[in-house]
Design a protein around this ligand. Sequence first.
Ligand code: ADP
Length: 486
Amino acid sequence: MNVLFATPECAPFVKTGGLGDVSAALPPALARLGADVRVLMPAYGDMRLAGELVATWSLPAAGDWPAAQLLQVHRSGSPALLLLSCPGLYARGGSPYGDAGGQDFADNARRFGLLSRVAALLGTTASPCGWRADVVHANDWPCGLAPLFLRQAREATGAPVAAGVLTVHNLAFQGLFPLAACEALGVAPAHRGIDGLEFWGQGSMLKAGLQFADAITTVSPRYAHEIQTEAEGFGLDGVLRAQAPRLQGILNGIDTAVWDPATDALITERYGIGRLEAKAVNKTALQAACGLAPRRDRPLFGHVGRLTGQKGVDLIAAGADALVRGGAQLVVLGSGEPALQAALSEAAARHPTHIHVHLGFDETLAHQIVAGADAFLMPSRFEPCGLTQMYSQAYGTPPVVTPVGGLADTVTDALSGGGGFVMAGATQQAFDDAVARALSLWAQPRRWRAIQRAGMARDFGWDAPARAYLDVYQRVAQEMGMGLAP
Ligand code: ADP
C-alpha cells in the first residue's frame, strides 16, 4: 500500500499546531504497519531541515503553474519527505499560511493549489518520481483541492488513479478564494458550482475536499458528529450530512518519542507513574524560569496554545483573578488574538508573582509547562481533537476541559475515576466551578495522586489510530478496484 501523506506542516520542521504533530507521528506509525509512506509538504523559506537530500525531480511549468522541483529527503526512522520547492510561492517569512502579522497570504489558493495538484499527480501514472501513491491522504484545506484533482484525473483517463482521503483537523479554516481563480487553478467548470467547491459565492478548498474525497475522516469521533450539526458545521454541515456514510472520526494519538515524561530531554527532571514525586522539581524550575513565587504549597495551572476564542482563552483571562484568590498560580504560553493577549498580560501585571504570560511559540517552554504545572487549562468552545489535554494527562498534569469534541473523547472526569476535570459547559461559571474542584482535590494529595495516575495510565499511542487509517485506505482502495495488500 503506497500512501502519500500531503500536509502544509510537519514537526519539527514547520509547526503551528496539532497538524504539525500529527504529520510527524502518523506517517511513521503507518510505516511500522507495513505501508510505504511518503510525506509531501512545501519547502518553506526558513525550514530547519534534518535529513539527506537523495533525489530531485523537475516539474515543468504548465499553463498558469510555475515550474517547481520535488526534493526527496531521507530521514532516519521516518518515511521519506518529498519537499515541493517553488521559491516564488513558498520561500517567504511568516507562517505557512500568512505573514508575520498574521495576515493570510493573498495567493494562498495558488500556493496550496500547487501543493494539491502535485499531491494528485503523485497518485497518477504521470507521477514524476518513479513511485505512485495508491492513496493520497490530504490534510485540511491546504490539501483540499487534491481529491478534486484526483477526481478530474479519473474522469480524464482510463489509467489507475489513487483514491483520495481527506482529514479535517479543523473545520473553521476553509481556504476561501475568489471563484474567478478556478480557471487558473485548473478546476473543471463542472466542479465550480454548488455541487462542487462553490461556497456562498466563493471557492472553498475545504469543500472541494469534502465533495470529492473517497473517504473523509476527522480527528475524533465526537467531532465527526458535532460537525454534522448546524451549530458546529461552519456552514458545511449539510455537505457533511450528505457525506455521512463516508465520514468517520479517528482519534489522534500522541507521539511518545516526543511526549513522554520518562524520556523528555526538554524538561528539568524526568519522571513516570512510579516516580511522580520527581515531577515537583519541574514545578520549582518552571516557577523560577517564569519569575513566580517559589511556592510548592501553591497549585500551579498551565495553558499552552493558540490564544483564540476557540480555545476559551477569554474564560482563562476572566477567571485569572479568582484563580489567584483561590491561592493558585498560572503560566500561559501562546500567541493569537490581540485582545486576549492584552487581557492575559494585564492579569499578569496585576499579579506578577502569581501569573506569568509568555507570548510567542516556544517548544521547550511548552514541554516545561506540561511537566511543571499541577493542572492544565483547556476550556475550548470546540475542539476537533486537541493534543495538549492528552500530553498533560501523560505527564500527570490533570486537564480542566469542556465536554466537546476530542476533549470529551479523551478526558474522563475525576468523579468517574478519570484523569481530569470536565466542565459542565463552555461558560465562565462552569470554568470557575471546575477550577475550584481541581483546587480542592489538589489539597488532598492522596486523591490528587489517584487522578494523576488515572491520566498517566491511559494509552494515547498512535498504533490503534494508524490501524484505523489503514482500514480506511484499504476500503477506499478496494472500492476503486485496486485490491491491495495491507
Ligand atoms: P491546535 O492544533 O488546535 O492548535 P492542538 O492541541 O491539537 O491544538 O495542538 C497544539 C500543538 O501546538 C501542541 O503540540 C502544542 O504544544 C503546540 N503549541 C501551541 N501553541 C504553542 C506555543 N505558543 N508554543 C509552543 N507550542 C505550542
